[in-house]
Design a binder for this molecule. Structure first.
Ligand code: NAD
Length: 432
C-alpha cells in the first residue's frame, strides 16, 4: 500500500518505519526541515532503541522516504496517517491546531479516494472535525478513521511490531478492513484489532492513559501513608500486585509520571468532561497528586538541610522522564533543577541520552558530567530522578569516597535502605 505519515515524531516515525518494514511504500512528512534532512541521511534525531536500524534498512530498500512536500505525499498515497503533536494548550485542553492544519492541506491537495486516519491522541470529535475540514474544501470521496497509538517511548518499535491491540475507529466497514489488512503482519498469531466507533476509539486512548496515571498517583498516596504509619511500600506493593485483579504493573511509587502523554492527556480528559458540563473528580486529583509528589520530594531535601540550600552542591542522576528515551517533556528532573537553583544551590547532572536537551534549557547554569560517578564529586547529596538501568547497582564505595557527605534522595526507590545505611549513607526514598 502507498502510505503517507504526517509528523515524524516518536509516533509518526515509528509508524512510518514499521509499515515500510512490512513492505509498504511510506512517505513521511514533516514541517521541520532539519528533521527531514537528517532523516533522509538515516539519522533519527531522537533516541529510540532499534528505530535507526529500521529507518536505515527501509531507506536503502527504497520503501521509506522523507519530505517536507505535503502535496506530493498526499497525492501519492491511499492512506494518510496524521501523527502530529497535540500538546496541552493554556487552559489544559489538547491543542488540535496542528491536526487541523494537516486536514486543511489534505482538503487542498486530495486528488482521489483516500483513507484519512488520526493517529495522534485527539479529543472526542476531532476526527469528525478533520472530516468536515476536508469536505469543506473538496468533493472527492474519502473515509476517515481513528487509530490511536499505544506505543511506549523506549520500547516503541517493539510495541508497534507486537501490539497488544490495534484500535480502529470507523464510520464505514470498508476502511476498517483495509486498516486491519495493513496491520495484519503485526497480528499474525492472533487478531488483536478492536473495531469501534470513532468517538469510542478517541476516548479509549485518553481513558487508558488516565487509568495508568491513576494507578501511579494512587500508589504515591499509599507510599505517603506508609511513611506516616511506618509501613514499607514495597511490601504493600508486593501484596497488592499478587492479586490478579490488580496486577503488578504501574504500581511503583516515586517522583510521579511525566512525559509528553500522561500529564497532558489526563488534563485534556478533565477538560473534555468540563466542556460537557461534567467534573472528572478522580482524574483531576490524579494530576494534583502527581504534582504534589514532586513538592513532597523536594520538601524531604529541604527538611534534611534545615530549609537552607544556599551554597549546597547537588548531583542528579537521570533527566529524561523515564529510562530509554531522551524525552524530557514534563520530566520531574526539571522541577527539581528549578527548585534547587532557585534556592541558591549548585548542581551537576548526568543522563545517558538527554543531557543536550537539558543544556538547551539551562546552559551553563548547571554542570554536565560525562559519567554518573563524576556527578558525585564533592556533592552534599545525590538525587536520583530516572531509573536508568546503569544506575541500579552502582559502586557505593566509590560514590562514598567521591561525595562530601553520604546522602542519597532516591526519587525512584532503586536501592535498599538497610544496605545503604550499613555503608554509612543517609537514604531517603518514597514510602519507607
Ligand atoms: P512529536 O512532538 O515528537 O512529533 C510531532 C511532529 O509533528 C514534529 O516533528 C512536528 O514538526 C510535526 N508537525 C507539526 N505540524 C506539522 C504539519 N502541519 N505537517 C507536518 N508535520 C508537522 O510528537 P509525538 O510524541 O510523536 O506525538 C504525536 C501524537 O501521538 C500526539 O498526539 C501524542 O499525544 C500521541 N502519542 C504519543 C506517544 C509518545 O509516546 N510520544 C504515544 C502515543 C501517542
Amino acid at each position: 500500500m502507498n502510505i503517507a505519515v504526517v509528523g515524524t515524531g516518536y509516533v509518526g516515525l515509528v509508524t512510518g518505519a514499521c509499515f515500510a518494514s512490512s513492505g509498504n511504500n511510506v512517505i513521511c512528512v514533516d514541517i521541520d526541515e532539519n528533521k527531514i534532512d537528517s532523516l533522509k541521511k538515516g539519522i533519527v534525531p531522537f533516541f529510540e532503541p532499534g528505530l535507526e536500524d529500521i529507518v536505515k534498512t527501509n531507506i536503502k530498500e527504497k520503501r521509506l522516504s522523507f519530505t517536507t512536500d505535503i502535496k506530493n505525499a498526499i497525492e501519492n498515497s491511499s492512506i494518510i496517517f496524521i501523527a502530529v503533536g497535540t500538546p496541552q494548550s493554556e487552559d489544559g485542553a489538547a491543542d488540535i491546531s496542528y491536526v487541523l492544519n494537516v486536514a486543511k492541506s489534505i482538503g487542498e491537495y486530495i486528488n482521489d479516494y483516500k483513507i484519512i486516519v488520526t493517529k495522534s491522541t485527539v479529543p472526542v470529535g476531532t476526527t469528525e472535525k478533520v472530516r468536515d475540514s476536508i469536505k469543506s474544501c473538496s468533493d472527492i470521496k474519502f473515509d476517515i478513521a481513528s487509530n490511536p497509538e499505544f506505543l511506549k517511548e523506549g520500547a516503541a518499535v517493539e510495541d508497534f511490531l507486537k501490539p497488544e491491540r490495534v484500535v480502529i475507529g470507523i464510520e464505514n466497514p470498508e476502511p476498517g478492513e483495509i486498516l486491519k489488512e495493513l496491520y495484519s503482519p503485526f497480528m499474525r498469531s492472533q487478531d488483536r484489532a478492536i473495531t469501534v466507533s470513532i468517538r469510542s476509539s478517541e476516548l479509549s486512548k485518553y481513558a487508558s492513559n488516565a487509568m495508568l496515571a491513576t494507578r501511579i498517583s494512587f500508589m504515591n498516596e499509599v507510599a505517603k501513608l506508609c511513611e506516616l504509619v511506618g509501613a514499607d511500600v514495597s511490601d504493600v506493593r508486593s501484596v497488592m500486585g499478587s492479586d490478579k485483579r490488580i496486577g503488578r504493573h504501574y504500581l511503583y511509587p516515586g517522583l510521579g509520571y511525566g512525559g509528553s502523554c500522561f500529564p497532558k492527556d489526563v488534563r485534556a480528559l478533565v477538560n473534555t468532561a468540563k466542556e460537557n458540563n461534567y467534573e472528572l473528580k478522580i482524574c483531576a486529583s490524579v494530576d494534583q497528586v502527581n504534582y504534589d509528589q514532586r513538592v513532597h520530594f523536594f520538601g524531604k531535601i529541604q527538611q534534611f538541610f534545615n530549609g537552607n540550600l544556599e551554597g549546597k552542591n547537588f548531583g542528579i542522576w537521570g533527566l529524561s522522564f523515564k529510562p530509554n528515551t531522551d524525552d524530557i517533556r514534563e520530566a520531574p528532573s526539571l522541577f527539581l533543577i528549578d527548585e534547587i537553583l532557585e534556592h541558591g544551590a549548585s548542581l551537576t547532572v548526568h543522563d545517558p541520552s538527554s543531557m543536550q536537551h537539558v543544556k538547551d534549557i539551562y546552559g551553563d547554569r548547571i554542570e554536565y558530567a560525562k559519567s554518573n560517578y563524576k556527578v558525585c564529586e564533592n556533592k552534599d547529596a545525590l538525587i536520583i530522578c530516572t531509573e536508568w538501568s546503569e544506575y541500579r547497582q552502582p559502586d557505593f564505595q566509590r560514590i562514598s569516597k567521591l561525595m562530601n557527605s553520604q546522602v542519597i534522595f532516591d526519587g525512584r526507590n532503586l536501592y535498599n535502605r538497610n544496605m545503604l545505611e550499613k555503608k554509612g549513607f543517609k537514604y531517603f526514598a518514597f514510602g519507607i
